[in-house]
Design a protein around this ligand. Structure first.
Ligand code: PLP
Length: 397
């Protein structure tokens, strides 16, 4: 018998999760722009309440466009189930809230997304959930931090801005030893470059605002994992109400169709840009997980299949040089986020950490000439030309 091959990721990003028979013969996914769903009659209600007929009832409990996005994302990540949200933070906070009770303890790595850390450290503590922040990459400290009441370990990987890579094999080993759950914010990795569920990680979150929707035009988030884990999150989600708007969800589905080729292209462009930066005399250091010089290069090579679009570098010189460089860019825009078509650059010292003292910033590794480049889909030559011109101008005081 001829064994049928499972379709590749490029095909699944276009077709997975959607019935072959199309609503009103429409090729593209309809946007069900409705807040409510009607019953035909009392029999119809009965069939629904008895659980004989799965259907939609009210917008906050789910929407058909959203269901297709959830099935497609679950397919891409290799998950049993998934849940889409109005933003990445909504996915993270709803997931965490569904897991903890007063008196619980959680462990999070210090290199995680700033707002996730703030949520765990400030807001959760208010409800009597204790949080230990451990240095990223210190597996001994991580193991020591685990207590009897530890509910889960949360980390981002790779991290922002230094692109540190978590050893997921080691994380799983430590978590299993103590019977704690594991959560990974895999936004920077994408389901193309790393699939934490295959390492036994329990739950994976993504900000779909980044690569998955991929056009810098919407906010969305997702959590993925086993049905037994997603179930309670779905239940809380219905109360929290952080639903994605159906139109926004359509844009996510549209973006997903080109997601694999966009990431592939970004992997290639970013590696080339990283190599260019590494060889440029105006650059002190480059951080990119697929550069041999990165401290986690070997883990990245073993556990990831591509380095992604984020390239971080430190320029030579001082804050004024950094500003001159930034001000000289012509094509590259200054702005946060990554994973979209436009190459963007951020200067953490004057944006995300503007309210920190220089001393505190330096403790966190946010030095004056640090830049995070989010490589887009432009021609690699144009990205490199723009950087080169700006370095040139910055050196002419
Ligand atoms: C952007 C981002 C988030 C937050 O996602 P939003 O969609 O902006 O809410 C969380 N984690 C990481 C790693 C991110 O890059």
């Amino acid at each position: 018998m001829n064994q049928r091959r499972k379709p590749g990721i490029a095909s699944r990003a276009i077709h997975a999760g959607e019935p072959r028979e199309r609503y009103a013969d429409s090729l593209t996914t309809p946007i069900f722009q409705t807040s409510t769903y009607v019953f035909k009659d009392s029999r119809d209600i009965e069939e629904y309440t008895k659980g004989n007929k799965p259907r939609f009832e009210y917008g906050r409990y789910g929407n058909p466009t959203e269901l297709i996005a959830e099935r497609r994302l679950a397919d891409l990540e290799g998950a049993e189930d998934s849940l889409v949200f109005s933003s990445g933070m909504m996915a993270i906070t709803t997931t965490i809230l569904s897991l903890v009770n007063t008196g619980d303890h959680i462990v999070i790595t210090d290199d995680s997304y700033k707002k996730t850390l703030e949520f765990c450290n400030t807001y959760l503590q208010r409800f009597g959930v204790e949080c230990t922040v451990v240095p990223f990459g210190d597996y001994e400290a991580l193991e020591k931090a685990i207590k009897k009441n530890t509910r889960f370990i949360f980390s981002e990987s790779p991290t922002n801005p230094y692109l540190n890579v978590f050893d997921l094999v080691l994380l799983k080993k430590i978590a299993d030893k103590y019977g704690v759950m594991t959560l990974i914010d895999s936004t920077i990795a994408t389901p193309i470059n790393q699939r934490p569920l295959e390492f036994g990680i329990d739950l994976v979150t993504h900000s779909c605002t980044k690569y998955l929707s991929g056009h810098n035009d919407i906010l969305a988030g997702v959590v993925l994992g086993k049905s037994e884990h997603i179930g309670p999150i779905r239940s809380l989600h219905k109360s929290m109400g952080g639903l994605i708007d159906p139109h926004c969800c359509y844009l996510l589905l549209r973006g997903l169709k080109t997601f694999p080729m966009r990431v592939q292209r970004m992997n290639e462009t970013a590696l080339e840009v990283a190599r260019f930066l590494e060889s440029h005399p105006a650059v002190e250091r480059v951080y990119y997980p697929f550069l041999e010089s990165h401290q986690h290069y070997s883990i990245a090579r073993e556990q990831m299949t591509g380095g992604g679009c984020v390239v971080t570098f430190i320029m030579k010189g001082d804050l004024e040089d950094a500003k001159r460089f930034m001000d000289s860019l012509e094509m590259i825009f200054i702005g946060p986020s990554f994973g979209g078509p436009e190459t963007l650059i951020t200067h953490p010292a004057t944006v995300s950490y503007y309210d920190y003292t220089r001393e505190r910033r330096y403790e966190l590794g946010i030095i004056d000439t640090l830049f995070r480049l989010a490589v887009g889909l432009e021609d690699v030559e144009d990205i490199i030309d723009d950087l080169e011109r700006a370095f040139d101008k910055a050196s002419r005081k």
